[in-house]
Design a protein around this ligand. Structure first.
Ligand SMILES: NC(=O)c1ccc[n+]([C@@H]2O[C@H](COP(=O)([O-])OP(=O)(O)OC[C@H]3O[C@@H](n4cnc5c(N)ncnc54)[C@H](OP(=O)(O)O)[C@@H]3O)[C@@H](O)[C@H]2O)c1
Length: 244
């Protein structure tokens, strides 16, 4: 990134910061979520960031005084609307797997129902910009549960009329995952030659995804919907620099 581009990015950050907004994140303990927290901590664009999860975690280094963790019960989100109040921006990095969630119903509950309930509460609490990580393959008409669920979420969010909706659609996520996932490791082994041949086409690091979410946030524009493919996520980082 050249000096001019970096100065342009700094100007966008300054301008955004001056708006004095607040945000919340769901899924902040996951791999993309952790990188988003790092990028927000580095960029310091919000007055307040509420980290919403089912448990509190140690975050090191300390992201800063504007970050606050709040524990909610996702099955009773209506009882926790206070956690979402006052946030003009909402980030969602939530997600699970069928194996972790104990089957199809558990997966859909987390990846679709929790996400859409959060979006609904956020919208009615004044959230203007909702920003989410889905997947490159998302398609509501697919016969495959994961792809279909991601597609249904995208479709429902588009109908919710946020002032701005940003959808990040990475291919494979690259990271040192703290938890072991056999299926993902097998998938990555198969994908390895393609990832090596076309590094921006099929995979993105979680650091790039988290950083790209912040770059998108500070980038002005009137578009109601911004959708980022895996390649466009790489493009945002190339143009604006790594944020975490
Ligand atoms: N893996 C891939 O290659 C890939 C590719 C494209 C897109 N994606 C999608 O990208 C998104 C982010 O992925 P990621 O790998 O960063 O996610 P991750 O590391 O698995 O983190 C998932 C987050 O969701 C939370 N969560 C999971 N189950 C929950 C439950 N039952 N109740 C409350 N919270 C729950 C986790 O909280 P705890 O820490 O408390 O568990 C964590 O904060 C997901 O939607 C994923 O499907 C993944």
């Amino acid at each position: 990134m050249d000096k001019r581009m970096s100065e342009e990015y700094e100007d966008k950050v300054k301008e955004y910061k001056n708006m004095g907004k607040s945000a919340f994140i769901i899924g902040y303990t996951g791999e993309c979520g952790k990188e988003l927290v790092k990028a927000l901590s580095k960029n310091r664009i919000f007055n307040k960031v509420v980290l919403i999860g089912r448990r509190k975690v140690d975050i090191t280094p300390d992201p800063g005084p504007e970050f606050e963790q709040k524990v909610v019960d996702y099955d009773k989100l209506d009882d926790y609307t206070e956690a979402f109040q006052g946030a003009q921006v909402g980030y969602c990095c939530l997600g699970t797997t069928k194996a972790k969630a104990g089957g199809k119903e558990g997966f859909v509950k987390v990846d679709r129902d929790y996400v859409l309930k959060t979006a609904e509460i956020a919208k009615s609490s004044g959230c203007q910009h909702f920003s989410i990580v889905t997947a490159s393959t998302a398609d509501k008409n697919s016969m495959f549960l994961y792809i279909k669920t991601k597609g249904e979420v995208e479709d429902a969010l588009k109908k919710m009329s946020f002032d701005k909706l940003s959808i990040f659609k990475p291919g494979f996520l690259l990271c040192d995952r703290s938890e072991r996932r056999l299926g993902e490791r097998i998938g990555q082994a198969f994908m390895k030659p393609i990832i090596l041949m076309f590094p921006t086409y099929s995979a993105a690091s979680t650091a790039y995804v988290g950083g790209a979410m912040v770059i998108d946030t500070v980038t002005p524009g009137d578009e109601k919907l911004r959708t980022y493919s895996n390649e466009q996520i790489h493009g945002l980082i190339k143009q604006n620099g790594k944020q975490n």
